[in-house]
Write a protein that binds this ligand. Structure first.
Ligand SMILES: C[S@@+](CC[C@H](N)C(=O)[O-])C[C@H]1O[C@@H](n2cnc3c(N)ncnc32)[C@H](O)[C@@H]1O
Length: 225
C-alpha cells in the first residue's frame, strides 16, 4: 500500500551536527517557546491517513487526535529518523517512520486525507517540487496543515533574512532558509489557502530571523477548475 517499488536512498539529507542540536533544542522549545501549543493547534481536527513530511524527531506525534488512523512520517536525516522511531513507539496512534524526501515522496498518489509540514518547507531543496508532491499524495479535498517560518513583512528584517540566506544560515541550520514566501508557494502549487494566522516564535523575548511564522490550512481542490 505505502511504498513504491523504487529503492529509497536513505541519506539524501545529511546534517548530523544540526540534527543533534535540533533534537535537544526542539524538546526545550516545546514548553520554553510555546511550540507544544502550536503543534496541538496545527493538528487539531485531523482524521484519517496523514503524511507528516520532514517529521524530525517526531514531536508532532503526541499531538495527533485519536481520529487519525495512521501517520506516515517521512524523515530523510538518519539521526532524527531514529529519534522519530522512538517517538512513534510512544504515540497514541500508529506511526510508520519512513526514509524519503519531500521532493519525491515514497508513497502512492491520492493516498492521504491530510499532509503536515512543520518547519520543513524552509529547509527542503525545492519548496515547489515538494508542494507538487503534496498535491499528488493528497486525495481531492484533502488538506495541508502548515506551520512554517516565512519572509518577514517589514523591510529591515526581510533584508536581514536575505543576507543570512545567502551566507551563513543554511550552513549553520541544516539547509534552512529564512526568507521563503511559503504562503505564495502553497498557492502557486494549486492548493487553496483556507485559513492562516501569523504566529511569532518564540512567543516572547527577542525576535529572531525565524520568528515570523504562519500557521494554517490549505486544501487540494476537489476538481480541477
Ligand atoms: C527544523 S526540522 C523540523 C522537524 C519537525 N517537522 C518539527 O516540527 O519539529 C526540519 C526537518 O526537515 C527535514 N528535511 C530536510 N530536508 C528535507 C527534505 N528534502 N525532505 C523532507 N524533509 C527534509 C530535516 O531532516 C528535519 O527533520
Amino acid at each position: 500500500m505505502r511504498l513504491r517499488s523504487t529503492r529509497i536512498p536513505e541519506d539524501t539529507v545529511h546534517h548530523p551536527v544540526f540534527a543533534r542540536f535540533y533534537a535537544r533544542m526542539s524538546v526545550a522549545a516545546e514548553t520554553g517557546a510555546g511550540l507544544a501549543a502550536v503543534r496541538a493547534e496545527l493538528l487539531s481536527g485531523l482524521s484519517g491517513r496523514i503524511i507528516d513530511i520532514g517529521a524530525g524527531n517526531g514531536l508532532n506525534f503526541a499531538h495527533y487526535p485519536p481520529e487519525v488512523s495512521e501517520v506516515v512520517a517521512i524523515e530523510p536525516e538518519r539521526t532524527l529518523r531514529q529519534l522519530a522511531v522512538r517517538s512513534a513507539l510512544r504515540a497514541g496512534i500508529p506511526v510508520d517512520v519512513v526514509p524519503g524526501t519531500a521532493e519525491a515522496l515514497p508513497v502512492k498518489s491520492e493516498a492521504f486525507d491530510g499532509a503536515v509540514t512543520s518547519l520543513v518547507l524552509c529547509t527542503v531543496r525545492s519548496a515547489e517540487r515538494s508542494l507538487t508532491e503534496i498535491m499528488r499524495v493528497l486525495r481531492p479535498g484533502g488538506e495541508l496543515r502548515f506551520f512554517e517560518h516565512v519572509r518577514a513583512d517589514d523591510r529591515a528584517m526581510a533584508t536581514t533574512q536575505r543576507v543570512l540566506d545567502r551566507t551563513v544560515w543554511p550552513l549553520l541550520a541544516g539547509g534552512c532558509h529564512t526568507a521563503r514566501d511559503t504562503l505564495a508557494a502553497i498557492e502557486r502549487a494549486g492548493l487553496t489557502v483556507e485559513a492562516y494566522r501569523r504566529v511569532r516564535m518564540p512567543d516572547r523575548g527577542v525576535r529572531l530571523p525565524t520568528s515570523d511564522c504562519v500557521l494554517g490550512v490549505a486544501r487540494r481542490p476537489t476538481a480541477v477548475g
